[in-house]
Design a protein around this ligand. Structure first.
Ligand code: GLC
Length: 440
């Protein structure tokens, strides 16, 4: 068995660590300015001006079934949609606000369509819910807020009652976890309790678990859906560690106990979560596939983001990136699903520029060739342990020798623990070739 023991947590993460790959979806009225989902605060846009986007939000090409089909084709097994982002706009028909999709030209509950469509495709359904809210009248102005530089920001903030906002969140979470069937992931975002404004602005306080009344908020969620997986971003530890926009180098450990934890890296195709028309840093196919492999090779999940357009479709760049995963996962997903970090003694034989994953039953070891070497791959330590080897993408046999390298050379390596794979000189036509090793 290669399954590692991870720290116990309140939700049920069994399915999650088998499924490994999910789709993050950042969608809201920030898709209209198309300049990042933080545009309202980056550009300090007033409520009145930001209302233009509310009034013009008309996603006539939104087809949740199409998103779901594409996610599934890309090999993703679950999804997490922004039901509300920091701008406060709700994609669902909440009875606690008018600031919602049903009151825009969209005229519909877009979350419902998403949940139904993804579930129908057999994907698990998750909700992102922003703790931050730059629209709610009771949310006190702080250093992240669009009104932070207004001369009368302090006066504007006076009388704002955070407890009312905390109650609003509990009400909305109740709606989200009551009206849309089984929800598998709840992704709160985010806390910044340790920050405060500088100089004259030190009255501005960041917000954290006490402000959110996080304990009560989490209880509300657990009472409604006990097994749901919840992230740690309320500042109270739950099930999920969520490294964002960087790739961990090793399995994430619990800060105090040192135990391995359940984690999910979240990443974007380009440098923005929301649709960003002019952003150009789109990741290459190799990078996209490697990021997925890297993540699983150290025991994590990958939540890869799409930012649909204002009209509701995934633009050609996002479609192309999803197609990269589709083409690779179609033939290689066996090295991802139900796989995790290889056992420590196997990792010792990991060659340079490669990554291992191992099936949870321990029987198969997957060797991912990030840089395709010439002729041979040396696995020092695996001699005697492999029963059969093949390329995963086409099931074609990979021959190997044990104890020595067979080639015409005086300095041919000899080592009784050495297993040498003989690989074709031309890299197979798959973004990252995988060799499946059946262990004895
Ligand atoms: C950040 C950003 C946000 C994005 C999130 C995704 O915390 O505030 O825009 O939704 O990361 O992880």
């Amino acid at each position: 068995m290669s399954s590692y023991i991870t720290r116990k947590s309140p939700g049920d993460t069994t399915w999650f660590t088998k499924d490994r790959f999910g789709m993050f979806i950042h969608w809201g009225i920030y898709a209209l300015p198309a300049r990042h989902e933080w545009v309202k605060t980056r550009e300090k846009i007033t409520e009145e001006k930001y209302d233009k986007y509310f009034e013009h939000f008309d996603p006539d090409l939104y087809d949740a079934k199409d998103w779901a089909r594409r996610a599934k084709a890309a090999g993703m097994k679950y999804a997490v949609l922004t039901t509300k982002h920091h701008d406060g706009f709700c994609l669902f028909d909440s009875q606690y606000t008018d600031y919602k999709s049903t009151n825009t030209p969209a005229g519909r509950d877009l979350v419902k369509e998403y949940a139904d469509a993804f579930r129908a495709e057999g994907l698990r359904v998750g909700f992102y819910y922003s703790l931050i809210d730059w629209h709610h009248p009771e949310f006190p102005i702080d250093m992240l807020h669009p009104r932070r530089d207004d001369k009368d920001a302090k006066e504007q903030s006076q009388g704002r009652d955070m407890t009312k906002y905390a109650a609003y969140m509990r009400n909305q979470v109740t709606e989200l976890l009551s009206n849309y069937g089984q929800i598998d992931v709840l992704w709160f975002d985010f806390s910044y309790g340790d920050r405060h404004g500088e100089g004259d602005l030190d009255w501005m306080k960041g917000k954290g678990k006490d402000d959110w009344e996080a304990e009560a908020l989490l209880k509300t969620a657990r009472d409604l859906q006990p097994n749901i997986i919840i992230d740690n971003r309320t500042e109270i530890e739950q099930d999920l560690w969520t490294p964002e926009q960087y790739q961990p180098q090793e399995w994430i450990k619990h800060q105090e106990s040192g135990e391995l934890v359940t984690w999910e890296a979240c990443q974007t195709f380009s440098g923005s979560w929301g649709y960003h028309r002019d952003e150009q840093t789109w990741k290459s196919p190799e990078m996209l596939v490697r990021m997925l492999i890297n993540t699983v090779s150290i025991g994590g999940n990958l939540l890869m983001n799409v930012g649909p357009t204002a009209r509701g479709y995934l633009d050609d760049r996002a479609e192309a990136a999803l197609a990269v995963y589709e083409n690779w996962m179609k033939y290689n997903s066996r090295s991802i699903y139900n796989c995790t970090m290889a056992e420590p003694q196997l990792l010792e034989s990991l060659p340079p520029d490669c990554r291992f994953t191992q099936s949870e039953d321990g029987k198969r070891l997957y060797l991912h060739l990030f840089a395709y070497p010439f002729g041979h791959v040396h696995l020092n330590g695996l001699a005697g342990q492999v029963e059969y080897a093949q390329f995963l993408h086409d099931g074609s046999e990979v021959l190997y020798t044990e104890g020595e390298v067979k080639h015409f050379s005086e300095g041919a390596a000899k080592d009784e623990k050495l297993l040498v794979l003989e690989i074709p000189h031309i890299k197979p036509n798959t973004t990252v070739p995988v060799i499946e090793l059946f262990l004895k």
